[in-house]
Design a protein around this ligand. Sequence first.
Ligand SMILES: *Cc1c(COP(=O)(O)O)cnc(C)c1O
Length: 378
Amino acid sequence: MGFSTDAIHAGQRPDPTTGAVITPIYQTSTYAQEELGKHKGYEYGRTQNLTREALEKNVATLEKGKYGIAFASGLAAEHALMSLVKAGDHVIGSHNVYGGTYRLFELVMKDFGIEYSWVDTSDAANIEKAVRKNTKLVFLETPTNPMLVLTDIEEAAKVCRRYNLISVVDNTFMSPYFQNPLTFGIDVVIHSSTKYINGHSDVIGGILITNNEDIHKRLRYVQNAAGGVPSPFDCWLILRSTKTLAVRMERHNQNAIAIAEHFNGSGLVEKVIYPGLKEHPQHELARKQMRGFGGMISLEIGDEKRARHLLKSVKVFTLGESLGGVESLISHPSSMTHASVPKKEKEKFGLTESLVRLSVGIEDVEDLIEDIERGLKI
Ligand SMILES: *Cc1c(COP(=O)(O)O)cnc(C)c1O
């Protein structure tokens, strides 16, 4: 089936009791058992919940995977993922990953004896160079936030295969609509479903997707054993949202392309960073592994005062963290999402005080362009 058909139907069927077209919210902590050892496969809400199962099957199908394992947040999903390694193991990560990922790995998991190296994975050879005897897992994010640097997923997966490493891609920025890392040989995809998958800025959620039976078994075990599960209502909200993922992503993409092209070479900003522009150094790679370019744009304004003025003067864009919702957001990575990264590190990536990040929503693009343009003209 095509993506939109799967988005609306996969994992769902009319409710057998009433024929309800929409999967009900099974808001229950426990289930009646007919007699000792005899039940319908549902014993306790942490272990089994039908609304959650419907969501897991739905998103797994969209990611071209067999198994989905849902969590209460993207970071809860990453925490469960870290149970695939143990004390003494080494993990390689893309530098410039989502700040919360860096914090979880470096400031929490490191205390459990896991070693981390952060490398520029935009060149797959750097992954190979970082491999040690005890390396077990490679965690990639592509494109990165907010510099929108890409990693060649196919090349990275090949390196991981060669060294028998578990390969993981954080696919939050592209959503399953524009990029499917499993089809390039990646073992596990992680999403913060808080972002594009839910898309309405009203749920925190995360999900892991894999085709690997052993990895699935372990992650399913940990989902129940550690218990970072999402509520049935949150699962239902996300399931409602994936039905419109295709149309939302088309519009995010269309609006972002229009904005990037409008300001590129306009003289109003120093540089527009967007994988959909020919000027993006990895534009060809973007065309190869993505089916669209997404809704995230970074603008190097070139002057901190003008950047601050823009952030203050916008009326349609909302100043705020997060991304991927139907409403447009604007942020200042240097002082917001990346405040905890040392200045020297930030400079290395090109993350300056005058860099502004846009999460382009699905409003009328003329209003979005006018909003930014007004803020830039001082
Ligand atoms: C938001 C985000 C996360 C963390 O997800 P939460 O749902 O906020 O826990 C991980 N990776 C990326 C790329 C994100 O944008």
